[in-house]
Design a protein around this ligand. Structure first.
Ligand SMILES: [Fe+2]
Length: 363
């Protein structure tokens, strides 16, 4: 679906929108290609060439781009809610393996407030990446996957009910890990084959544990059981192929992998945000993950990074003006009066990316 938008000097109208048709200047020069995400820099180019209207892809929801942007004043509130959640989730998850199993409502009390905030106010993909540290990983990961899965569901145009279900399923997906030893979960070195076989039991443990909790839905139970299945049949516990895994479990797999590769872990530091996105795209090419879920997700995360500040390993600083989806780790960067194209300057590497020109959030 395509819509025509009038260009004025407002960056808000244009930033993040996807061009539906290539742009040729009035004197015949090729300016911008179809499918690229627009930035304020592109707006300047268009206005300089006297172009007053363009065709862009229609948003699946009218204000989606705005919803996925972070409002600086509210970021702290969301992060505070997040920190409170980690402590509460730890308490509930630990109780889940005792006789005092909490109900779904108990579990959901702290989480739904945060979920609602995230779904309406922030670009969680960016915020989550910028939370540092690996302590309490299992609890953070449960919250993150819940928030990410719900956000992806919303992005794909699913109903409010499905969005909430995906949030809950993401939140509970790894609860089976509570049955594993702390030693195994926090081990820094390489796992032995036997240890890995034990880890692979957590989806089944999760299903069994969830079936004992009052009020759990089919999606929650099956989500825990099937989130490690892969389209090529290489996943576990059943080695299901393609559509044998329900779509909601395929969304959980994307959210799970994205959070795992963009988080600090005991055994390694997280990948750079762009490397994490590239890894996700590679999983589609390897026929592990569904491109219908991954590509729209990656495009939205990319849009959120437009105009962010980056620091290069060479010490230079600049602003991201274009992130090519075909090579996400090699953006075009505005530096001073000029531009650096990392696809052409292959030796240049990104050291750090900053949101809103603020420091990463520590919790
Ligand atoms: Fe898992």
């Amino acid at each position: 679906m395509v819509e025509t938008i009038q260009l004025n000097a407002s960056k808000k109208t244009v930033t993040g929108r996807i061009l539906a048709k290539e742009i040729i200047s009035p004197n015949g020069y090729f300016l911008l290609r179809k499918g690229m995400a627009l930035s304020k820099w592109h707006l300047e180019i268009l206005l300089n060439h006297d172009i007053r209207e363009i065709e862009v892809e229609k948003l699946s929801s009218p204000d989606l781009v705005d919803q996925f942007r972070t409002f600086p004043g509210e970021k702290e509130e969301v992060m505070r809610l997040y920190a409170d959640n980690v402590a509460e989730v730890k308490r509930l998850f630990e109780a889940a393996v005792t006789r005092e199993t909490p109900s779904v409502q108990d579990f959901m009390k702290p989480f739904t407030g945060l979920l609602h905030k995230v779904l309406t106010r922030t670009n969680i993909f960016l915020e989550l990446y910028h939370i540092k540290g690996h302590d309490e990983y299992t609890y953070r990961h449960s919250i993150n996957v819940g928030l990410l899965a719900a956000t992806i569901s919303k992005m794909l145009g699913q109903t409010d009910e499905e969005v909430l279900e995906l949030g809950k399923a993401g939140f509970f997906h790894d609860i089976g890990k509570m049955q594993l030893s702390k030693y195994l979960l926090n081990k820094e070195g390489k796992l032995t084959e036997r240890e890995y076989e034990e880890i692979k039991k957590h989806p089944v443990y999760g299903k069994e544990l969830l079936e004992r909790i009052d009020g759990v839905s089919y999606t929650i139970v099956q989500g825990a059981l099937l989130h490690h299945e892969r389209l090529d049949g290489s996943g576990y516990p059943f080695g299901l192929r393609g559509g044998e895994t329900p779509f909601f479990a395929q969304i959980l797999a994307v959210a799970d992998i994205y959070d795992a590769i963009s988080s600090d872990r005991v055994y390694r530091e997280k990948f750079s945000p762009f490397r994490a996105l590239e890894e996700l795209v590679n999983e589609v090419y390897k026929n592990k993950l569904n491109g219908q879920i991954v590509f729209p997700f990656v495009q939205h995360v990319i849009n959120g990074y437009m105009n962010c500040r980056v620091l290069l390993e060479s010490g230079e600083e600049g602003t991201i003006v274009h992130l090519p989806i075909e090579e996400i780790t090699r953006p075009l960067i505005a530096v001073g009066e000029g531009y650096l194209d990392l696809r052409k300057n292959r030796s240049l590497k990104i050291k750090d990316v900053q949101l809103d020109q603020q420091n990463p959030v520590e919790i």
